[in-house]
Ligand binder design. Structure first.
Ligand code: HMG
Ligand code: MG
Length: 326
């Protein structure tokens, strides 16, 4: 056993490589009470890159009053200008005004964000579901015409705090609409973390039957009930190879009160490394970054892996001891 790394036991039926789509600077920081200085955000993103992440969602060009934590998007983007061109730095864009702002800062990758439910479309976008799709349509058309890469999020794919269980057919409908608009990739959001593995299988099965290619899908699990990792493994067994995760387990959505942190990138990478699946991520650098960010935020990371790898010596010592005894 190598200290700080999982034992390696590959399993059948899984991809050899997974693309980790890092969301902490956006999904994580949008939910923090404290305002994080723009220089700290920039350093966070630089450190994530140094840890090997190749896609890092940087910020949002939404209305600054709706998400004040990310109101500094204009100040942040120039601080990222030295990062290599092969790094993807998607930004959230809800409407044409948001696209104008993103384009003015040279953003090449954008994400629109739809909802599978009416209630969340209203709470998050101040629109009905159809009105929000109509708002995205010209954004995606223009972004594609200008050569941008476009992701389409679908939130509340499993359950919704106002409407309860969400039928897979609602998700299928929104996914198809976003693909027809021209989105390159779709991310299935379990915004409030209520999915369990059978539910994930059922939804991916329905999307497959409806002709939504699994190669265009990513999964985005929040970890409210500790199910994010098992849900992710289920999705990998169905052929999904892009997984959204948040360094240190930061995250949530200010417009869905039961949304908690995302699947922690460290917990994901620990599992994937154990399975022998390549991610390109350096776990020890990533963990150090999340530890550094936790100090800036003034509270410990909720990630089990971050806590195990950076935790108290005594707790770590007894953990390693128990492994040696096995
Ligand atoms: P609205 O109030 O309906 O806006 O908000 P509007 O279209 O009526 O415009 C009102 C004013 O806002 C206008 O100014 C616009 O120019 C301005 P005025 O003419 O009155 O002076 N405005 C803007 N200004 C700057 N940037 C913009 C912008 N748009 C309009 N982009 C809006 C509609 C969509 C803007 C608002 O609802 C909004 O910003 N929502 C964003 C909410 C959000 O960011 N939520 C978190 C991200 S989603 C998430 O976390 C889920 C996810 O992680 C997946 C998952 O977990 O499921 C992705
Ligand atoms: Mg989210």
């Amino acid at each position: 056993m190598i200290e700080g790394l999982p034992m390696r036991f590959p399993a059948d039926g899984l991809p050899s490589q997974v693309r980790v789509y890092e969301v902490a600077p956006r999904d994580g920081l949008q939910n923090e009470q404290a305002t994080v200085p723009v220089e700290v955000k920039s350093e966070f993103i630089h450190r994530l890159r140094q840890a090997g992440l190749e896609t890092i969602e940087a910020t949002s060009f939404v209305h600054p009053k709706w998400v004040p934590q990310l109101a500094d998007a204009e100040a942040l983007m120039p601080l990222l200008g030295d990062l290599p061109a092969d790094l993807r730095l998607p930004v959230l864009v809800p409407n044409s005004r948001g696209l104008d702002r993103a384009v003015a800062h040279g953003c090449r990758d954008i994400a629109v964000f739809a909802s599978a439910t009416e209630s969340f479309a209203k709470a998050n976008l101040n629109r009905t579901l159809d009105e929000s799709l109509a708002m995205f349509e010209p954004v995606v058309t223009r972004a594609k015409a200008e050569g941008q890469w476009v992701r389409g999020y679908v939130s509340m794919c499993f359950g919704d705090p106002w409407e309860g269980a969400v039928a897979p057919s609602q998700v299928v409908r929104v996914c198809r609409a976003l693909l027809e608009m021209g989105c390159d990739e779709l991310s299935l959001g379990d915004t409030i973390g209520v999915a369990t593995p059978g539910h994930v299988s059922a939804l991916l099965g329905e999307l497959d039957e409806a002709g939504v290619p699994v190669g265009r899908l990513a999964v985005h699990f929040h970890d409210t009930y500790g199910q994010a990792l098992s849900n992710t493994l289920t999705a990998l067994r169905h052929g999904v190879t892009t997984v959204d995760a948040s360094a240190g387990g930061l995250g949530g959505c200010p417009y869905a009160k039961s949304a908690t942190g995302n699947l922690a990138t460290e917990d994901l990478v620990w599992m994937l490394q154990g399975l022998g699946i390549e991610t390109g991520v350096d776990l020890s650098r990533l963990t150090a970054t999340s530890g550094w960010m936790a100090d800036r935020l003034g509270r410990p990371s909720p990630s089990r892996t971050v806590r195990a790898l950076t935790g108290a010596d005594a707790a770590q010592g007894s953990h390693q001891h128990s492994h040696k005894e096995q």
